[in-house]
Design a protein around this ligand. Sequence first.
Ligand SMILES: [Ca+2]
Ligand SMILES: [Ca+2]
Ligand SMILES: [Ca+2]
Ligand SMILES: [Ca+2]
Length: 287
Amino acid sequence: MDLKPFAAVKVILAYCFFMVMANSAFGDVSYSFPEEMKRGSVIGNLAKDLGLNVNRLSARRARIDTEGNLKRYCDINANTGELTVAERIDREGLCKEKMSCLLNFDIVLENPLELHRIALHITDINDNSPVFPRNLIKLEITESADKGSSYRINDAHDSDIGVNAVQAYSLQNNAYFILNVNSNNNEGKQINLVLDKELDRELEKEVSLILTAVDGGTPPNSGTVTIHVTVLDANDNAPVFSESVYEVNLSENSPIDTLVASVKRYVQYVHSILLANDSHQISKFES
Ligand SMILES: [Ca+2]
Ligand SMILES: [Ca+2]
Ligand SMILES: [Ca+2]
Ligand SMILES: [Ca+2]
């Protein structure tokens, strides 16, 4: 006698049994729904998805058991069998940095008692902008700093996840600095302001820059910080007179403190040379 057909039937029966058990024991329904949808928004039709008779939902006291959660985020509409939003669902508040945000609850019906597990995956929307730790960053950089010198800037934070989090940084066009963003570490992006052209305090005492962080949402959100650089003085200029030789005609009996000549040192300062006690020594300087 060939037992193979019986074996095949047994496998099919076992499979059917498993499917029936799966439907009764794991009769879960899962939905994926965005955060921040207004109250009353329809997530899905439970009666349809669970194969329930919508006309008997009220009689069977269909309700949601939130498994001890304080808030009930969803309701069942007993007339339509729809699962609706009952409370604001804020993904950031519920799941913070987690990439997967899941709300679990049960649907309970009576006569006969029936229980279904519902899994609600909350998807992220781009409802937050990148924010820098401070509105203003103050840097003091000496004018003698070499080209290529690098200054670390704290990165921006965006409470959203994935593409809705910070994706790029840009620095306002300027004569002195460029931006270097390094994302090869676990602490997020490392942002450095890099000196691309040497500073000159005698030319510019301060430089103001706007740094922008932008997320990848549609439309994107952005956040900015002002970077204020104070250029510190270095002793990089020797006193220079406007002429190398000054010739002055002076009468021999000129009184003391007679103005002999005016000479310019640097460009900013004017010094007066006055006749000192000894007419042969012209040594007294006044600013
Ligand atoms: Ca939110
Ligand atoms: Ca969000
Ligand atoms: Ca965002
Ligand atoms: Ca200087």
